[in-house]
Write a protein of this length. Structure first.
Length: 235
């Protein structure tokens, strides 16, 4: 676990210059991984929560939080019970805090400008079995993560003036009509009216979204949709 923490160049990750302190991220994660009691876990948590991955006093989250989330989940899985609780608390704080301006998005395997909250949520969804086994707190984190859905388009069909988009849905698309960000080749466009046509069934991710007023050519295969409200969320 320490090797994975040390392999990250925390100084190279951008963040609010007045609040983000890369050394706190690196030192805090190492200390939390090694914590053997409540005091040590609390001290490590204060480093991470005071400028390492979030700035608690400002309710601000940094791009480093998205990088730190899988490491915190490793600590929750392998570390001391006090470290586990601290790790889950930090992930919860990061998911609910707000980014700042140019420091609001991160590059992931499924997008180059993903909102930080969505990137954190998708890391949690990828470790759903671990979190489900960590009791009430883990399950609450999964429920919060589900709100940050992601949809990858496989193919589209025109339906009158709308488009039916077929693909894979991660998370839970809320009922009703919502705005969504369309990510295509590094560009972001806003789709004003998107609704769930049919939801995934029987453990499958396959779903269909109806996109109002758009033609299939505007929604190419491989494009990804994210909640518009996540992209607008910032201080």
């Amino acid at each position: 676990m320490l090797d994975a923490i040390n392999a990250v160049d925390w100084d190279a990750i951008p963040g609010h210059p007045d609040w983000y302190e890369p050394a706190r991220a690196a030192h805090g994660l190492r200390a939390l991984a090694d914590a053997a009691n409540l005091v040590e876990a609390a001290e490590a948590s204060s480093l991470l929560g005071g400028g390492g991955i979030v700035h608690g006093h400002s309710a601000a989250v940094f791009p480093a939080a998205a990088v730190a989330t899988p490491l915190l989940l490793d600590i929750a899985q392998q570390g001391h019970p006090a470290a586990r609780d601290a790790a889950l608390g930090l992930v919860d704080e990061a998911l609910s805090s707000y980014p700042h301006g140019e420091y609001s998005r991160v590059t992931t395997s499924y997008g180059t400008a993903v909102p930080i909250c969505c990137a954190i949520a998708h890391q949690l969804q990828a470790r759903s079995a671990l979190l489900a086994g960590l009791g009430k707190r883990g399950k609450a984190l999964l429920a919060d993560a589900a709100e940050h859905w992601r949809f990858k388009i496989r193919e589209c069909v025109a339906e009158s003036n709308d488009t039916a988009a077929f693909g894979a849905l991660v998370g839970c698309f809320p009922s009703g009509v919502h705005a969504a960000e369309l990510h295509v080749g590094g560009e972001i466009a806003v789709l004003d009216e998107v609704a769930l046509e049919y939801a995934p069934e029987d453990g499958s991710a396959e779903a269909c979204l109806r996109v109002a007023g758009r033609r299939p050519a505007e929604l190419p295969p491989g494009a990804a949709l994210f909640p518009s409200e996540c992209g607008e969320r910032m201080h």
